[in-house]
Write a protein that binds this ligand. Sequence first.
Ligand SMILES: Nc1ncnc2c1ncn2[C@@H]1O[C@H](COP(=O)(O)OP(=O)(O)OP(=O)(O)O)[C@@H](O)[C@H]1O
Length: 866
Amino acid sequence: MDILKQRATCLRLPKRNSQSLQVYLPLLLRHLWTLINSSEVRGPHKKRAQYVFVSLVLSSLTVLSGTAYATYRLVQRLHQLYNRVNELRKPSAVLRRSRSQTQLASGARIMHVPDTDFTNGIDTHKSIMSQLQRVKQKRRIFIKPANMDKYEHDSFIFKSVGQKNAEHSHLFYSKFFNQMSSLLSILIPTVFDKNSVLLGLQVGFLVLRTWLSLFIARLDGQIVRDIIAGQPKRFLFDLLIWFMIALPASYTNSAIRLLQRKMSLNFRINLTRYIHDIYLDKRQVYYKLLFDVKNTSSVLKNIDNSITNDVTRFCDATCSVFANIAKPVIDLVFFSFYLRDNLGSLGVAGIFINYFVSGYVLRSYTPPLGKLSSASSAADGDYYNYHLNLINNNEEIAFYHGTDVERTKVNGLYDTLMERIMDISNKKFKYTIIEDYILKYTWSGLGYVFAAIPIVMTGGSPGNGGNASSEQVNMRDFIVNKRLMLSLADAGSRLMHSIKDISQLTGYTDRVFTLISALHRVHSNKFEFGGDRKYITDDAGSVTVSSMKRSHSLSKPPVGEDLIRGTIQRNFNGVRFENIDVIIPSVKAIKGIKLIHKLTFQIPSVIQPDSSTTNSIQDLGSMSNISTPLMSGPGSSLLILGSNSCGKSSIQRIIAEIWPIYNKKGLLSKPAEKDLVCIPQKPYFTKSGTLRDQLIYPMSPDQFFDSGYKDALLVYILKEVKLEYLLKRAPGWSYLDQHDDWRDVLSGGEKQRINFARILFHRPKFVVLDEATNAISVDMEDYLFQLLKTYNFNFMTISQRPSLIKYHDVLLEISAEDKSWHLQTLGTDEAIVTIDSEMSELDTKLREVKSWETERDELKKRLEVI
Ligand SMILES: Nc1ncnc2c1ncn2[C@@H]1O[C@H](COP(=O)(O)OP(=O)(O)OP(=O)(O)O)[C@@H](O)[C@H]1O
């Protein structure tokens, strides 16, 4: 109540009689408002009224918001407690499954996020009813499908900015600003985005912070004057205001930091989602990046590191650079206006000349931190990746006793990383010495000089002749000016420090821009697998006229001509290759290494013209009964035989559309996506998933349960592929829920049988098997092929073992020497003749055995003599 006691002397407020605080406070506020607005009142009374009014308003706001927040938290806590008690009273559920990835027809995903603490241990006594109640307690979050139009639009922007960066080198072209402006549309997609609100709030708090600093500087001067003048009452009054203003001041500082962190997190969410949308969609960018010859940077060599670490660093750096620049800039503007009144224009001009000179000196000594941090980030990625490779291949390395060579390699990578980190530290060391000398000491010294200017120039306050009160006024002015000068120096130094941060930010911006540009390039419909357009040729192989013309002006590719000219026909009731040249994708495009010449075959041999419109058999009704035959007729089968690296697996790559068809006459007809399953040579297992996840891959467990599938089906399938013994490793069927690293847990043969289980689960019309049984025993192999026949699958087997001929109807033999192929129907006269000729060849070889044996005996005798 000191304010009230001081009211008469300090604020010209009439003495209070017996009013209560509720009556008196509005009265006080009204009086203060009148004092502030009145043109008659001048001098200390008016200033004091301003201080008191602002302090009262700000502290009341802080107290009010604090109380409101505390009440809100209290109510929230009570509500949680109430729910918890209710939860404990309810009977428990038997099973608990999270279904967080349900996909809607529109492409949107629903995530079910538990509202209650859902991660406590499993309670096996819970009823189904309570499980359903729990589901109700989950919050449903809709994740909108990706807007592909925006990505198409952005791909042009990134492409044009990338091209401009390569072409421009003149002074007013900033690579950083161009890259940043294209990234900004991802960070803040719309004006009304929540990030814009956060940005606005941050600017607001920054202005408030500066204003409060100004207010505190003046109060500081006032307090010193009160002490020197020996006025304890005024001193106490000002001290009280000091403590009150400290409340909003500390709130403002932490609010700025919180907003900065929130904004960085939001930026990261936007950017990561954007990257995931183009990196992981149907165009399979994660695979095709392998062929993007345009990008040789380390960003894509360690793309995992770029997506995880570089994006985070970029978002943090962007937000901190913004705060580090905005803070001092606002300070500089406010303080220089205030100081101009106190120091005069000359003083302020002096300060700014000082800033520009220091900025120039520091800029010339700044090390290239952007490049250095980019290099260190790349080394970090290499080191991390090598460790990952070590873990993934630990067994193989252990068999080879390759520890020494691996250690040398890992140590080498670690040394490179340390070298780059040390390089940054060394370069920063020299810079910090210069920075400290200029910013900490030179500037504060000059601060004293400028603060003293008005006092020295006027020789004390005019008219007072150096009496006591003028000394007090001088002292107050000096304190205020000095404090402001130091704040100004601090603001300036932070601005100078941010030169270093900007330099670092340019490095991160460049890395993230390179990453997104490459993703857009590969994601494009027109991605040409790194092919160079000078290799455009007609089907006969000669260079076209337009490409001849273009050899003079390579920068402008001819409109309408593509490097990839093959045709793909979808929803075909079979797999058909027509005149397809199997070529390894490369810069040379159609002129690249050709593995097979004009390949033509078809499975099944006869396709009814109208059958290609038939729907998939993958409807739920037929799926629930595994023994339902797949098709009415028998399934057809084709064996692709050939020596190593003749291009067998490449045929599968073309069917899966991960390799292109370059030649114009090449036509691939293939079934709908859901009717085809390609089994790769190397079995794949999802990381740390359940056994169920492995069996149903690429279906997600949420889809499995949502579509009404039951574990019984999986158990049946495991029996069919003779893997039912796995279930005995845990009680009941709980082994299906076991989380493990299945790549290491399962043996080679088991992994391949899991592949067959996947086929039985998905039951596509067509299956492509690439060396899918080479780790399986002969009797099991026989059983599995019979299984495929029982279920009437149409299958194509890629192998180099002629022993598989007996399971197939058609044989496609590929010759690596002349890139030719030979197709024959097994069981026909032609095939019998071929087999007969092979048998006679073997007979001839057998006849030679005797002569080889005598040769061997002779050699043995010679060895004994030696
Ligand atoms: N991504 C790639 N980049 C460059 N060359 C590749 C790529 N993938 C495969 N090749 C090459 O293509 C050729 C054919 O490979 P492919 O995998 O089709 O052989 P394959 O006939 O299946 O052999 P194998 O029986 O040994 O599996 C090989 O010489 C291989 O080196």
